[in-house]
Structure formats: structure tokens, C-alpha cells
Design a protein around this ligand. Structure first.
Ligand code: SF4
Length: 334
């Protein structure tokens, strides 16, 4: 085995008892792993601390720290984890660098020898043969992040606007191609709200991707120190709640874009649901929690532990439900 090191999100490392001097109030339900690479990513996404032209910390992805551990030690901890903390999913991500695919394959192969926990990968675009190989070795789900909802914003933040190798057309095509290999709703993408796309543009894309059974996870932009976008503000929480509700209607309730009304700026101004339906959605405890693969809760990726929680990593309490109801009640019918 060539792999000797791996990066593990600090929350996952605490759950694995690899980090013992730290405490957290919400444990991750997924084990978040990142391939170890000694340098920066060869890509240059403007929100990312791993981008090749940033001075950002190599230990960070999003606002989370990813300390380095011995891979063997990780495998042992994973195998003998306390049943109460056992992960329900493992998610492996990689930066762009030469040989990243070889590293992913080796990591997954070794993990598969120790556990049957379902595995997701969050990867840069890969060719058909690579996707097939991931499927053959037992990857259950694959995620290819668009991050933006339109070609204009994509090119600006992770395409030619930042001298990156990605293009909207290729990335979108790659995502669709992945559904031919990973069928049965096993392909995901991420969209970040707050980069410049309107709510209407984001929902149009989600609706379009749903036709291919692609699951869209929604995140709020979070500025990270030393990245190109470090001075851009997080989006308004009320606007994010509207988008979460709209996402839930489209992704989980089979509603269409006709059930959402937008103004001329592409902002949501009303929903074709009544107050009881809104209460039921809030009580269901899905719409305002982290979206993505099943059992992915990503604690504190885009929110600080003191809040506000853009995506709740756990069940909402009664007070939190009430706050959300009050934020949205004037946008629905009586
Ligand atoms: S490809 Fe991923 S890790 Fe690399 S710069 Fe873009 S977001 Fe960051």
C-alpha cells in the first residue's frame, strides 16, 4: 500500500478518537476524508483556501480544519469505533493534483476491506473510465460540484475568470455523463448561494438537474480568510431560508417552479403552499438541515458553532422551528 497519510475533518477525527483534546456538540454522521497532498490544488476556485494562488492554510477546506493522520491508524480507529458514534457514510474528497485518482482508488480499496459503510466521493470532473472504476470498486455515490448555477458565475469564480482549467460546459456535461454510470439517483452536485446567481437561476438549475435524478445540495457562501472572496459577505439568512424551502418543494415534494413566484430580480416573493403545509414541512425536519448524500450533516462547514445555522447539522428544536415559521409565514397562503 502506497498511501501512508490521510486528511480527516477535525469533527470526524474527534468522533474517531484520533483527536482527543477537543470537544464538539454535534458529531458528524458521515466520516469526511481528504486525500493527502503536500501542495495546493492545481485549480484556482475563488472561494477555496486550497486554490493554487491563495495564501490560505493547507489544513482548511471550507471553514473546517483537516489535520493529517497516518492512514493505518485511521483504518484501525474506523474498524473499532464505538457503536454509538459509528458513521453512517464515508465521504472522500480530493484536490486536483497529479495521481489524485490513484490515491482515491487505493484509499477506497483499503477502507472496503474494513467496513461496509456506504462510500461517497466528492471529485473534480473525471473521465468515463475513471467513473466506471469508482463504481466497480464499490463507491455508492459520486458528487461533482458545479458550485455556481449559471455559466456566467461559474466562469467568474471557477472558470476562465480565475485562470482555471474548468469550463461550465464541460463540468455540466461531466455531471450528466456521471448519471449514465452511477444511475438510481446516485449523483450529486453542490450549489453555493451568495456568489451572484439569483434564487430563480439556482432553482431553475435544480429543477433541470432533477430530470436527470441529480441531487442538488445547497450551501450558503462562507468567506474564508486569504481566499479571493474573503471580503464577500455571507448571504442574508432570511433569503437562504426561502431558498431552502423552495429546494425542498422541488427536490422532495414534487412541486414545480410554478409553485414559486419570483420578482423581476429573480428573488422569491411567495410560495403556493398554505401555513399548515409550511408547518408540516418545518416539523418534518428535513428542509432546513444539511442537504446532500443521505446521512451527510457537515457540522459547521458554512456556519460557526454560535450560529446562525444556515444548514442545521441536527434536528431543529421548537424555538428554531418557530423562528423559521415566523420568517416564512408571510410568503405563503392562509
Ligand atoms: S477544485 Fe476543489 S480543492 Fe481545488 S480549488 Fe477548486 S474547490 Fe478548492
Amino acid at each position: 500500500m502506497d498511501i501512508d497519510k490521510i486528511r480527516i475533518s477535525s469533527g470526524s477525527a474527534i468522533a474517531l478518537e484520533l483527536l482527543t483534546n477537543r470537544k464538539i456538540d454535534t458529531f458528524p454522521t458521515t466520516c469526511y476524508l481528504m486525500t493527502y497532498y503536500s501542495g495546493k490544488c492545481t485549480s484556482n476556485c475563488s472561494f477555496c483556501p486550497q486554490a493554487r494562488t491563495t495564501q490560505g492554510s493547507l489544513d482548511k477546506l471550507s471553514r473546517v480544519n483537516w489535520p493529517i493522520f497516518q492512514f493505518n491508524e485511521f483504518l484501525i480507529k474506523l474498524k473499532y469505533m464505538r457503536p454509538s458514534r459509528k458513521f453512517k457514510r464515508i465521504c472522500i474528497q480530493t484536490l486536483n493534483y497529479p495521481n489524485n485518482f490513484k490515491d482515491i482508488i487505493e484509499i477506497i480499496t483499503e477502507i472496503k476491506k474494513e467496513t461496509s459503510i456506504p462510500i461517497s466521493t466528492a471529485i473534480p470532473p473525471m473521465n468515463k473510465n475513471q467513473l466506471k472504476e469508482l463504481k466497480i470498486i464499490g463507491v455508492e455515490r459520486v458528487g461533482i460540484a458545479l458550485d455556481a448555477a449559471t455559466e456566467e458565475i461559474f466562469e467568474k469564480i471557477k472558470g476562465k475568470g480565475v485562470k482555471n482549467q474548468y469550463s461550465w460546459k464541460e463540468q455540466y456535461q461531466n455531471l450528466i455523463e456521471a448519471t449514465k454510470i452511477f444511475s438510481n439517483s446516485s449523483v450529486s452536485t453542490h450549489i453555493i448561494y451568495g456568489l451572484g446567481d439569483t434564487q430563480e437561476q439556482i432553482l431553475n438549475l435544480m429543477y433541470e438537474l432533477k430530470k436527470y435524478e441529480i441531487l442538488t445540495a445547497l450551501f450558503a457562501f462562507m468567506p474564508i480568510k486569504d481566499t479571493k472572496l474573503e471580503t464577500l459577505k455571507q448571504p442574508n439568512i432570511h433569503n437562504f431560508r426561502k431558498l431552502q424551502l423552495a429546494r425542498d418543494l422541488i427536490a422532495n415534494k414534487d412541486r414545480s417552479l410554478e409553485d414559486i413566484t419570483f420578482n423581476s430580480k429573480g428573488e422569491i416573493i411567495s410560495f403556493n403552499i398554505n401555513k399548515q403545509e409550511l408547518m408540516n414541512i418545518i416539523d418534518e425536519n428535513i428542509a432546513f438541515r444539511t442537504s446532500g448524500c443521505f446521512n451527510c450533516n457537515r457540522p459547521y462547514y458554512t456556519s460557526t458553532p454560535s450560529g446562525p445555522f444556515y444548514n442545521y447539522p441536527r434536528l431543529l428544536d421548537d424555538q428554531e422551528k418557530k423562528e423559521i415559521f415566523n420568517q416564512l409565514k408571510n410568503l405563503v397562503k392562509f
